[in-house]
Design a protein around this ligand. Structure first.
Ligand code: MG
Length: 384
């Protein structure tokens, strides 16, 4: 029996993860759940999975949750509560389905208490990849990527039984692949969150639309697989059948294919190293479209170019990239800035940053806070 905690259990990744877990009652036991504010769904999950502990991050939602009578459960509240729960609870696997930089501290707090980290969150790695990877090595925590491309790469690397020479990260190109660049400034938040292939949360959907998502994934892959950014190539693959590919020193290339269902990477991360049957359908090749691969348009999608530049510079530049992007995407979703302003402001903030070599946690948190303030200042944000 494997004990699992799911952070972000009411989100897109969390609900898929609990769906996978519910199919294997003799394999997994849920130890803890966390949600931001959806306490109705959380309370249903608590009744179903009977965890020992729960954390509600949003303060008003936590007050509502306290009134729902659920027996014998330890309740944590707020961001601090999430760190506290991560620090208190010993589990086999921590599945992190929270979006954004707020996943960083709970991950670091949990590291001494877990054997495996099933990681769907990319922002924490972009911010503090060196710190997370070093800590995981020191505490012998196995990191199992849940992000579909990285899970694909992980499966290829495992099968190839050799270090990769090159990684091809595929991406659908997002909803605006065919949209002319001159109409980008009119893109509304409603349009940007509608992804053609994957059903995802709002922030990652906007990131997919700007292609910042692929940029963050390049940095994520660099940390997870120890490759130079120059050996990680993004390929646009609109059919999203190939979830990523790995090239080895002998020229062999292994690809991971499948349908677009997050339950596949989640299940593999949970059952690794075994493969068990699943309800996810395979690809019907005889009926499938032709598969296309081509290079992204860096002029049309400046966020991808900016992310590559930040990745090449390393130091604390990726941390700034991530923080500025989170703030800009938040403002875009509130309808306060244009779609095209996202890339512009991120580039401006990066230009004002002086990178820190070998940054520790305190440096990273300081840079993150600085970049958020700077982005708000440049965007003229008065309040949230
Ligand atoms: Mg992905």
């Amino acid at each position: 029996m494997q004990t699992v905690s799911v952070l972000g259990s009411t989100g897109s990744i969390g609900t898929s993860a609990l769906d996978v877990i519910s199919r294997f009652p003799d394999r997994f036991r849920v130890s803890a759940l966390s949600a931001n504010s959806n306490v109705d769904l959380l309370s249903r999950q608590v009744k179903r999975f009977r965890p020992k502990a729960v954390c509600v991050v949003d303060a008003a939602a936590a007050r509502r949750f306290r009134k729902i009578s659920l027996p014998k459960i330890k309740l944590y509240e707020g961001e601090e509560g999430l760190c506290g729960m991560a620090a208190d609870l010993k589990v086999d696997t921590l599945l992190v389905g929270i979006v954004g930089s707020s996943a960083l501290m709970p991950i670091l707090k949990a590291m001494a208490n877990i054997k495996r980290l099933a990681l769907a969150n990319k922002e924490a790695l972009v911010m503090a990849g060196d710190i997370i990877m070093k800590d995981a090595r020191r505490k012998a925590v196995k990191i199992l990527p849940v992000d579909s491309e990285h899970n694909a790469v992980f499966q290829c690397v495992e099968s190839g039984r050799s270090a990769p020479k090159k990684i091809y990260l595929t991406g659908s190109g997002g909803p605006f692949l065919a949209t002319p660049k001159k109409s980008f400034k009119y893109i509304s938040p409603e349009k940007a969150v509608k992804h053609p292939r994957w059903k995802m949360g709002k922030k990652i959907s906007v990131d997919s639309a700007t292609m910042m998502n692929k940029g963050l994934e390049v940095i994520e892959a660099h940390h997870l697989f120890g490759l130079d950014v120059g050996n990680i190539e993004v390929l646009i693959h609109p059919e999203t059948v190939v979830h990523s590919m790995v090239e080895f020193v002998d020229g062999s290339i292994l690809a991971h294919m499948g349908t677009c269902d997050m339950r596949t990477p989640i299940q593999y991360a949970l059952t690794y190293p075994s493969r068990v049957s699943s309800s996810v359908k395979g690809v019907t090749f005889s009926k499938s479209e032709a598969l296309h691969f081509y290079s992204p348009d860096f002029k049309k999608f400046p966020c991808l170019r900016i992310a590559y530049e930040a990745a090449r510079r390393g130091e604390t530049y990726p941390c700034v990239l991530n923080a500025a992007n989170e703030v800009a995407v938040g403002q875009f979703l509130k309808g306060r800035i244009k779609f095209t302003d996202i890339a512009k402001v991120i580039e401006k903030v990066l230009a004002r940053h002086r990178g820190i070599k070998g940054a520790g946690l305190r440096d990273v948190l300081g840079v993150d806070a600085w970049a958020r303030l700077k982005t708000k200042e440049l965007l003229g944000v008065v309040s949230d």
